[in-house]
Design a protein around this ligand. Structure first.
Ligand SMILES: Cc1cc2nc3c(=O)[nH]c(=O)nc-3n(C[C@H](O)[C@H](O)[C@H](O)COP(=O)(O)OP(=O)(O)OC[C@H]3O[C@@H](n4cnc5c(N)ncnc54)[C@H](O)[C@@H]3O)c2cc1C
Length: 239
């Protein structure tokens, strides 16, 4: 899987600082005139993530390329409405070699279950051959794609601002989220840390870390936070 930050707002930390300072101060008319020491940046940002004016994080836009992740993951990703997407069209692109080229997702659990993995791989090969057969019989790719599995890899690009990204990652770092999404979340955090600053990656943690409690109706039990919902939820939610 490849998760790449391909473009982002220039001078992001300074832009956020500028937007915040504008509320109570006269700000310079050029972002370049803002010179912050690393200590100042760190203390400013640790204050910023705790206060309510989170709008300032909307001034930083990020464009991502995600390759080698499944169509199932894409369905989950695009539930985040506060972002823009461009998704590879399986109506147009012929993916008749997806199984031979191993372009489908396999979870860690499947990988560790030899018997299940065998069935899974064989079914992928089978679907590929039936897909090719339909194309050979003159079907359009937009019809043949109906046979494709949810776990087929497909490229997606996403534009999202930093505030929405923090929100999405808090939810998807949760142990209840699927492993594939958690892996994307980890890779996004690593990209932000490397290409922008470790300061901006700091809030990228499961929601329970910020709240100091778990608000999931189905607590994962991994972290030692108090649980907010203590009623019997089995009538409404499956574990
Ligand atoms: C572990 C996990 C399991 C999930 N399982 C399921 C599932 O089984 N089925 C399923 O359907 N979804 C599921 N989801 C998706 C989830 O319900 C949300 O749709 C998704 O996480 C996007 O969250 P959001 O709406 O807060 O984010 P965004 O769409 O980015 O919205 C951000 C914020 O903007 C505001 N907002 C956006 N649009 C509106 C609106 N129209 N009206 C009012 N306020 C708005 C809200 O405050 C929202 O929190 C799951 C998510 C997780 C993390």
């Amino acid at each position: 899987m490849k998760v790449k930050l391909i473009s982002f707002t220039k001078n992001p930390l300074e832009v956020i600082y500028w937007a915040f300072m504008n509320m109570h101060h006269v700000v310079p008319d050029s972002i370049e005139n803002i010179n912050l020491s690393s200590d100042e940046k760190e203390s400013f940002f640790s204050m910023l993530i705790k206060q309510p004016h989170q709008t300032v994080f909307e001034f930083v836009n990020l464009v991502w390329l995600i390759e080698g992740a499944s169509r199932a993951f894409q369905q989950q990703l695009t539930r985040t409405r506060t972002a823009a997407y461009s998704i590879q069209s399986l109506r147009i692109v012929d993916v008749g070699d997806f199984a031979s080229e191993k372009r489908f997702a396999i979870s860690e659990e499947l990988n560790n279950n030899a018997a299940a993995l065998k069935i899974y791989r064989e079914t992928m090969e089978d679907l590929q051959s039936k897909y090719r057969e339909l194309i050979r019989l003159g079907c359009k790719t937009e019809d043949a794609r109906g046979l494709l599995p949810l776990n087929i890899h497909s490229t997606i690009t996403m534009a999202i601002n930093l505030r929405s990204l923090y929100h999405m990652l808090e939810l998807r770092f949760c142990e209840n989220a699927q492993g594939e999404f958690r892996e994307v979340a980890r890779l996004m955090r690593a990209e932000i840390r490397e290409k922008i600053s470790p300061i901006l990656s700091e809030p990228m943690k499961p929601l329970c870390f910020r709240l100091g409690k778990c608000i999931s109706p189905v607590p994962c039990g991994k972290y030692d936070f108090p649980v907010a919902i203590d009623t019997d939820i089995s009538r409404w939610v499956k574990r």
